[in-house]
Design a protein around this ligand. Structure first.
Ligand code: APR
Ligand code: ZN
Ligand code: ZN
Length: 361
């Protein structure tokens, strides 16, 4: 059997996305068909549309999603129909060196659903990040589904599938922020603000938000920043030092992805402090640093890939904290929109006043 559902498709480079009817097959072995309840709009969707990722058009966009498992294929035991799940980019293998060394975040053999979703004329779709959830139903590998408490709002839960998890994880998993730490976060978009939420959750005593946009700093305060620094006017490294008794922060999280902010992050940390790089640079970017500074300051420079998260460990835990009122995931849902409004949400994305627009089905 197949399913015909409405979906948002990017048919060609730079062209506005279109609302299409697509064909979704029943799940094969190891696969799950998920009825999507909500899916956030992410910069990465826009990158796919602009051809910045690859040229495998048409793309079925959407990847920050939560929904209910409708049916599962042969051999699937971890999820069952009716489960409320958050989707993640890839299922890990459990067998490769990375998996066996306890670093499944870096699994070499991740997989997605093998069967293809198609347009009505049979053209195969490339699901963004192996998900494709701007669709009423999507097909994924069962290992991409993590069951969480049904009481959570789907719009908030889905955000853990990407940027919000990346930020929270940068603080709690990669940065190991602890009780009483001072933390600086450079760049307060969706990812940086999530890092602020993570630092707060971990018990940081001081959380310094740095951005060039005053509106982002206002949001950061609501999410948990104790101090804000507008780096449009002056050196944020000096400002962070001043706010930390002249030392620098225990943990600095970079959530922009540019050489100048990488450098600021490097110098804003205390001796033996940790720098967490979660902002993704482009291939041509370079950073030059005096080696004596690298050597002499000690501590750690770490990059954070998807918040070093383990979906099976982190999604249910964060949803429980959300339901207990200890993690305000709703604060990241700036607006809920209809499926046909994804293109408009792309336009609003760079306006500076949106953390996340979320499609609710
Ligand atoms: N200094 C400080 N903040 C800056 C600077 C700068 N020089 N340049 C930009 N910013 C701020 C922006 O004002 C914005 O608030 O960085 C923030 C970036 O936020 P978004 O564009 O919303 O991006 P986001 O989704 O948070 O992702 C940030 O993390 O995962 C990566 O690929 C992602 O590299 C990107 C980064
Ligand atoms: Zn994303
Ligand atoms: Zn593996």
């Amino acid at each position: 059997m197949t399913h015909q559902v409405r979906a948002v498709v990017a048919r060609g480079k730079g062209a506005p996305v279109s609302l299409e009817t697509i064909i979704v097959p029943d799940p094969g072995p190891g696969e799950a068909l998920v009825k999507i309840e909500a899916c956030g709009v992410c910069h990465t969707d826009l990158h796919y549309r602009e051809g910045g990722i690859n040229d495998d058009f048409p793309f079925l966009l959407g990847h920050e999603a939560a929904g209910v498992v409708e049916s599962v294929g042969e051999g699937v035991t971890d999820v069952t129909p009716g489960d409320f799940v958050i989707l993640n980019w890839r299922a890990v293998c459990g067998q490769c060196r990375a998996c066996q060394r306890g670093r499944p975040q870096y699994c070499f053999n991740t997989h997605n659903a093998k069967q293809k979703m198609t347009l009505l004329d049979g053209t195969e779709l490339s699901p963004a990040l192996g998900i494709g959830a701007f669709a009423e139903k999507t097909l994924v590998a069962a290992g991409q589904c993590t069951k969480v408490d049904r009481a959570a709002s789907a719009a908030a839960a889905g955000l853990l599938g990407c940027g919000v998890m990346a930020g929270i994880g940068a603080a709690i998993n990669t940065g190991n922020v602890g009780r009483g730490d001072t933390v600086a976060v450079i760049g307060c978009g969706g990812v940086g603000n999530a890092a602020i939420a993570g630092a707060r959750l971990a018990g940081a005593a001081k959380i310094i938000a740095v951005d060039i946009d005053e509106r982002k700093l206002e949001t950061a305060k609501k999410i948990g920043a104790t101090h804000t620094v507008n780096s449009k006017h002056g050196d944020p490294v000096e400002a962070v030092r001043e706010l930390t008794g002249g030392f620098g922060a225990d943990v600095v999280i970079e959530a922009v992805g540019r050489p100048e902010t990488y450098k600021q992050a490097f110098y804003a940390r205390d001796l033996a402090g940790t720098v967490v790089l979660v902002g993704v640079p482009t291939p041509e970017m370079k950073l030059e640093l005096p080696l004596l500074d690298v050597f002499g300051r000690g501590g750690a420079l770490k990059s954070s890939w998807y918040g070093d998260c383990l979906p099976s460990r982190d999604f249910p835990m964060l949803i429980d904290l959300y339901l207990q009122g200890r993690l305000d995931l709703d604060a990241f849902v700036t607006e809920t929109i209809a499926l046909e409004d994804v293109e408009k949400a792309f336009e609003r994305m760079h306006g500076g006043d949106v953390l996340r627009s979320v499609v609710v089905f």
